[in-house]
Design a protein around this ligand. Structure first.
Ligand SMILES: Cc1ncc(COP(=O)(O)O)c(C=O)c1O
Length: 499
């Protein structure tokens, strides 16, 4: 097998540690009597604890010196690749740099040290922030009111579908089916099932857009609604969106906007104006709050005026006469609670900071740069990895395909992705959307500079060249990481959920 080739000058950060290799877990480093901390001398009288509260044997804790402790955790932190380290072009997931000012704001004691059970009059500032953020999100999406409770986009989907369900039930017309495109993200059909509906797939046409005539044939009085992202999961703007929403409204259905791609259209157009009735926002994709490894996050849901009574409780209201804010729980038609209290408040503070830091013009620029960056990168990669739908212009992300490379060399999208890790970058999403063979879904986001995009493209093109000249290297990749290629099928089939 060839030696790994790492081109100097790449902007990405290889997943590689500095210093000597680790010697195992903290338990492995443990030696009797070593201590990483010392307590100050006792300055209060010693007291005996009740016998029944004493341990019967000493706690089995690792005994390590401070030096070992710091090296251990620093070494572990260096094995990680994150949005602070370099480009993270995971299409559909919008992994973008989170400005540190949002962290500073969220850590202000007035936000960080309050308790959700405090009386309303002692937390007026926090309630005002929630109220203002709700107004801002409604202005951005074109919705009447919103709930900030759901802790992630997927929970936003369930919230929206339960609202859809409540709407139809109230009309005395409970329906059974929800339409989703064949390119939909996996959470869409899962949420449809969780909400008690059957998922109906509408195909994409040869432009990668919803096949309008298929949709017209599919919908009838059993359809509760349609779920759609726009730009869709192929990164393409649904040109017929007004016609699509009309068709669904025509049979009495509602249209749900999956906001995973809202970052592409911020300040340019609004789901409400396209005819959507319910919208979720992934604050971690659109407003750069941390992903936090699956949570805690926020997936606010906005609705049109007609659906406001069904929003989850509690809601924050402002007394017009006094300007005071209060939390209201009493809404007879509400679908109920989707999360404790008012949601993940710390994340909402960060989203607020991002929205108001940018303002109206800044958010528009976020979308414009995201689209510009994706198109620039797509053009750099086009010879080796052509667009799956070359006739459409991608928005903030694009789906390329490694199929021509695979046909020529046997090297697959997964091999390229693994090799790109050696070359210092987090790879793009691969094999999603499922409708594209050897899909590579790339989303550079607006936070990357031209230099960083150039460097990522250089790594991808290097991998494509190596596929022709040294395919074995790509089959083996990654070759520079502490953990080599994992058997992901094994990991999925033999779950180890306990350690
Ligand atoms: C199109 C789409 N919809 C929904 C989701 C789910 O969002 P979350 O990860 O916030 O639950 C994602 C996540 O990547 C997505 O890409």
């Amino acid at each position: 097998m060839s030696e790994p080739v790492v081109t100097p000058g790449h902007v990405g950060a290889p997943v590689r540690r500095q210093g000597p290799p680790g010697l195992g877990t903290l338990k492995d480093l443990s030696r009797p009597g070593r201590r990483a901390s010392s307590f100050p001398p006792l300055d209060v009288p010693e007291a005996d604890l009740p016998a029944e509260q004493l341990r019967r044997s000493a706690a089995d804790l690792p005994q390590v010196a401070e030096r070992d402790l710091v090296s251990h955790f620093t070494r572990l932190s260096q094995l990680n690749y994150g949005v602070d380290t370099g480009l993270y072009p995971l299409g559909s997931c919008s992994m973008k740099y989170n400005p540190k000012i949002a962290e500073t704001v969220a850590a202000l004691p007035g936000f960080a040290r309050i308790h959700p059970l405090q009386p309303d009059h002692t937390v007026q500032g926090a309630l005002e922030l929630i109220w203002r953020l709700e107004r801002a999100l409604c202005a951005i999406t074109g919705m009447a009111r919103a709930t900030l409770q759901p802790p992630a986009g997927a929970c936003g989907e369930l919230t929206g579908l339960l609202i859809m369900r409540r709407h139809h039930t109230k009309q005395g017309d409970p329906r059974t089916r929800v339409v989703i495109p064949d390119s939909a993200h996996g959470t869409n059909p899962a949420s449809v099932r969780l909400a008690g509906y059957e998922a109906l797939h509408v195909p994409s046409d040869d432009r990668g857009l919803i096949d309008l005539s298929a949709l017209e044939r599919l919908v009838d009085g059993s359809v509760a609604g349609l779920m759609l992202t726009n730009p869709n999961t192929l990164g393409l703007f649904e040109e017929d969106i007004e016609r699509i929403t009309d068709v669904v409204h025509g049979v009495g259905g509602l249209v749900y906007y999956d906001g995973a791609n809202l970052n592409a259209i911020l300040g340019r157009c609004r789901p409400g104006d396209m005819g959507f009735d319910i919208v979720h926002i992934n604050t971690h994709k659109t407003f750069a709050t941390p992903h936090g490894g699956g949570g805690p996050g926020a997936g606010p849901v906005g609705v049109t005026e007609a659906l406001v009574p069904y929003l989850p409780v509690p809601v924050v209201e402002r007394d017009e006469a006094t300007g005071a804010f209060r939390v209201e729980d009493d809404r007879p038609d509400s679908i109920g609670r989707m999360h404790g209290f008012l949601g993940n408040f710390g994340i909402l503070v960060r989203a607020y900071a991002y929205v108001f830091l940018h303002g109206r013009d800044g958010l528009k620029e976020v979308a414009e740069r995201a689209v510009l960056n994706a198109n620039y990168l797509a053009s750099l990669l086009a010879d080796a990895f052509p667009l799956a739908y070359p006739d459409g212009r991608p928005m903030h992300e694009f789906v390329a395909t490694a199929k021509p490379l695979k046909d020529r060399t046997g090297i697959r999208a997964m091999d390229v992705a693994k090799r790109v890790i050696d070359l210092g970058f987090h790879p793009s999403t691969v094999y999603f959307p499922l409708v594209v063979e050897e899909a590579m879904m790339v989303e550079p986001t607006e936070t990357e500079t031209k230099e960083s995009l150039d460097a990522f493209a250089a790594a991808m093109l290097q991998a494509a060249r190596e596929a022709e000249t040294d395919p074995d290297l790509l089959h083996q990749a990654p070759v520079t990481t502490p953990v080599r290629r994992l058997d992901d099928a094994h990991a999925a089939r033999h779950l180890k959920l306990r350690w």
